[in-house]
Write a protein that binds this ligand. Structure first.
Ligand SMILES: [Ca+2]
Ligand SMILES: [Ca+2]
Ligand SMILES: [Ca+2]
Ligand SMILES: [Ca+2]
Length: 438
């Protein structure tokens, strides 16, 4: 019976009609579908990565646009025209630009004039100035409370990031430290409008200077716009100590004329310039993964080379007479040393911003800096040039005892911000140009 049944089934199976799959066929089909699924998974993975990368790129683009917008706002609302000298009693504030020694041209380029190492550019420039908020008041923190002012002292600069995701390259954080200008605080807890030295400067968004008051000793005093015209009262110049979250004091060394902005061994702003501590760390960071913050000045006499290269660019060749002039260049791109205060300026054969500028008093010089300077050095009863006589007059360079490092107006600035997007390995740049000529 069993044999008969099997024969029946076999004869039925040998007839034309529905038939099952053999084990081999099933295995082949399963293997094929696995291959297809693997391919699909790979495709989706690729797609997902591409989406993630374009997300990251779009995100970076948005962040760079908003940083650029902020810098444009700050520059457009600067409280003064960058035309030396300024008088403190006109409450004009100040404008200071520091060209750190690194230049884009410091780095190797290929035949197409492109940097061979995209991750390295000029990051050691600093921009410091006073500005007015056109879109509501600036907001900051002081004494655990919110404070507001229409005016602020702003510092834009880079510092190396705490975590470096790419071996062999340094990524930077771009900081925008905003210190409110409120010259009278009006707090009943303050004697003589003075803050104690133990004020936590890192948690206090006020523009302050150190000072001495009889009976109170060394104190911190809030700056007015006029105070800030004087270099010695500006951000990081005060020679002050401040209390950190840890309870330890951190001090910024006292400086003497001409009050250079304090930089570290890599020529970037000292670590004390940034917000730290668990409560506020990175609050002043406006962009991360920055590989370029290159500030340039407009030189109306700078002659472009025949192929359009700007003075200071790699491969720049001194052009023939009659070539196009006017370009954004690194301040002091021609190198050399500052000239004597009494020498003609600009020096023969050089444009003002090609030159290294002027000694600011006697043989005192600043690192390459553009500054609106202050007239008060000429009647502060201090002998800045050390010739034994203080303040002889303002009639000409022979009578004055100090000089702005570049005693010429600044017509415009250009800032190139370059960022690296690690997940897509893309480099993006945004260029901000601002003309001070109205
Ligand atoms: Ca530089
Ligand atoms: Ca520069
Ligand atoms: Ca003086
Ligand atoms: Ca003198």
């Amino acid at each position: 019976m069993a044999t008969a049944t099997r024969q029946t089934m076999m004869s039925a199976g040998s007839q034309r009609g529905p038939r099952g799959f053999t084990l081999t066929e099933l295995l082949v089909a399963a293997a094929l579908s696995l291959v297809v699924m693997a391919a699909l998974a790979g495709l989706f993975g690729l797609f997902g990565r591409a989406i993630k990368q374009s997300d990251a790129t779009m995100n970076l683009g948005g962040l760079m646009r908003s940083a650029a917008w902020q810098l444009r706002q700050d520059l457009a609302s600067a409280t003064c025209q960058p035309i030396p000298w300024l008088a403190p009693d006109t409450s004009a504030g100040y404008f200071e630009l520091i060209e750190g020694p690194a230049r884009d041209s410091t780095y190797a380029v290929n035949a197409q004039n492109q940097p061979t190492d995209n991750l390295t550019a000029d990051t050691d420039d600093l921009l410091l100035f006073t500005t007015q908020s056109l879109t509501g008041a600036f907001v900051g923190r002081f004494d655990g409370q919110t404070i507001e002012s229409p005016y602020a002292e702003i510092a834009w600069f880079c510092r190396p990031a705490a975590i470096q995701p790419i071996a062999g390259s340094t990524l930077y954080d771009l900081h925008r430290r905003q210190l409110l200008i409120i010259s009278y605080l009006g707090r009943s807890s303050l004697v003589n409008n003075a803050l104690p030295l133990s004020t936590d400067r890192a948690a206090c968004d006020l523009s302050l200077r150190s000072g001495t008051i009889a009976g109170q000793g060394q104190v911190l005093l809030p700056n007015s716009l006029g105070d800030l015209t004087k270099r010695e009262y500006r951000f990081m110049r005060g020679g002050y100590a401040f209390l950190m979250e840890s309870g330890l004091f951190r001090s910024v060394a006292a400086q003497t004329f001409p009050y250079a902005f304090p930089v570290d061994t890599t020529q970037h702003a000292v670590a004390e310039a940034v917000l730290t501590g668990t409560k506020r760390a990175s609050e002043d960071v406006i962009l991360t993964n920055v590989i370029g913050f290159d500030v340039r000045v407009f030189d109306p006499q700078a002659a472009l080379s025949a192929d359009g290269r700007v003075p200071g660019d790699p491969g720049y060749a001194v052009p023939q007479a009659g070539s196009a002039v006017g370009a954004y260049v690194d301040l002091g791109w021609g190198g050399g040393v500052p000239g004597a205060r009494t020498d003609p300026f600009p020096p023969a054969g050089k444009t003002a911003f090609q030159s290294a500028g002027v000694m600011v008093s006697g043989t005192n010089r600043l690192p390459t800096t553009y500054d609106t300077w202050s007239r008060h050095y000429e009647f502060n009863e201090v002998d800045e040039d050390g010739d034994g006589k203080a303040d002889e007059g303002l009639d000409d360079a022979i009578d004055t005892e100090t000089s702005p490092p570049y005693p010429v107006p600044l017509r415009g600035v250009e800032v190139r911000i370059r960022c690296y997007e690690p997940s897509s390995r893309q480099v993006r740049q945004v260029t901000i140009r601002h003309s001070f000529v109205k």
